[in-house]
Design a protein around this ligand. Structure first.
Ligand code: PMP
Length: 399
């Protein structure tokens, strides 16, 4: 009989030559468990498990909803209490203008929906995104991705898409009256955690107002307390026309959403109707899990703890290999001297009892984005393991 490891390699489509291959048996709080040990999760499945793994309230909500009903009908036809209650809750914590929620399955699908909505509402086709941006892997989302090398093998992609440079004021000139929308991560994630500078987001907002283009914030990675505020937009006091959410939105279950003013969203309902269709979007079990996870996040006041936790990481991670720690809240990029060191750190992290990850478009930094429920004792333990791993790395790849 083949082992699970062998089955994984034989039957699952592989997209990487070096998967981490931890065989997960269970997960709880900040830990993943396999038959060979326990790993502290320092990446949250890439910003998903903000309230930790298998929080009892989330598990309870999933179990309760699964035994009441699961899928009943394609999105938008039936009234499902987890979905409508979650939509109401989300709109109540967002800026008041963002008051209408379309639930989908994933971040990529939410991006697709947001782009279609912008085209439909403005009657324009031009889309502007940014170099080193990541918005997902489906064809539309890939078309606006900020890396030519990732895109080239899949061309032709969507026409009328243009890449601009994040934080470059000159990029504002690209936005004109033919522009349907500008889509931007308020803090760039896969670029290696790049913060906006010099009021860049506000300038984007102003230019979009001048040209009648919609501004879309992709907060798939930055929302739900990750950066120390519920939404990253709160750091900059800039309100987009559409916000895109996923990852932590589902509390560990698959869920995405694009949220806009009702007057904009209504463009999907006529001429033609059914402007976006999704079978499983806003699945009741995912919505129940997401709502429970958000309640845990709010009631546990976890977002107010993020700042001190970030400072502890920054204070404890002082090492000759570390050039810089960038980021906001618990969304951190640890910049080393050279990509070989990063590759070694990430691939060896399980041997040191932790899980770390790369960035797609920044090969000389690794990611730290633990569940927000991480405690001081976990951080101290993780940092001492990481320092030993960095010592090991320095012996192999001296500065
Ligand atoms: N936007 C951003 C900013 C992301 O980080 C991601 C996922 N890494 C996506 C969109 C796509 O989300 P999904 O993988 O759920 O399709």
């Amino acid at each position: 009989m083949l082992t699970n490891r062998q089955l994984f390699l034989k039957y699952l489509g592989q997209t990487s030559r070096e998967p981490l291959m931890i065989e997960v048996e269970r997960a709880e709080g900040v830990y993943l468990y396999s038959s060979s040990g326990r790993y502290i999760d320092l990446i949250s499945g890439v910003s998903v498990s903000n309230t930790g793994h298998c929080h009892p309230r989330v598990v309870e909500a999933v179990t309760r909803q699964a035994s009441a009903y699961m899928h009943t009908m394609v999105y938008g036809e039936m009234i499902q209490s987890p979905q409508v209650r979650y939509a109401e809750k989300l709109c109540s914590i967002l800026p008041p203008a963002l008051d209408n929620c379309y639930f989908v399955n994933s971040g990529s699908e939410a991006v697709e929906g947001a782009l279609k909505l912008a085209k439909r509402y403005t009657g324009r086709s031009r889309i502007i995104s940014f170099r080193n941006a990541y918005h997902g892997s489906t064809h539309g989302a890939l078309s606006i991705q900020g890396s030519e090398s990732f895109k080239n093998a899949f061309r032709p992609l969507l026409p009328d898409t243009f890449l601009s440079t994040f934080n470059d004021p000159a990029s504002l000139e690209m936005i004109d009256k033919k522009t349907a929308c500008v889509i931007v991560e308020p803090i760039q994630g896969e670029a290696g955690i790049i913060l906006p500078q010099n009021d860049f987001l506000r300038k984007l907002r102003e230019r979009c107002n001048e040209t009648g283009s919609l501004l879309i914030f992709d907060e798939v990675q930055t929302a739900f307390g990750r950066t120390g505020r519920m939404f990253a937009l709160e750091h900059y006091s800039v309100i987009p026309d559409i916000i895109v959410l996923a990852k932590a939105l589902g509390g560990g279950m698959p869920l995405g959403a694009f949220i806009a003013p009702a007057a904009i969203m209504s463009a999907l309902a006529d001429n033609p109707p059914l402007g976006h269709i999704t079978t499983f979007g806003g699945h009741p079990v995912s919505s129940a899990a997401g709502l429970a996870s958000l309640e845990v996040l709010i009631e546990g006041n976890y977002i107010s703890t993020v700042k001190a936790k970030t400072s502890l990481f920054r204070e404890k991670l002082k090492h000759p290999l570390i050039k810089e720690i960038r980021g906001e809240g618990l969304l951190l990029a640890v910049q080393l001297q050279d990509p070989r060191q990063v590759k070694y750190v990430v691939s060896t992290s399980p041997a040191y009892g932790m899980v770390l990850d790369y960035f797609l478009f920044c090969n000389d930094a690794f990611r730290i984005a633990p569940p927000l429920v991480i405690e001081e004792s976990h951080i101290l333990m993780a940092c001492s393991g990481l320092m030993a791993l960095l010592d090991d790395t320095m012996r192999r790849f001296p500065v």
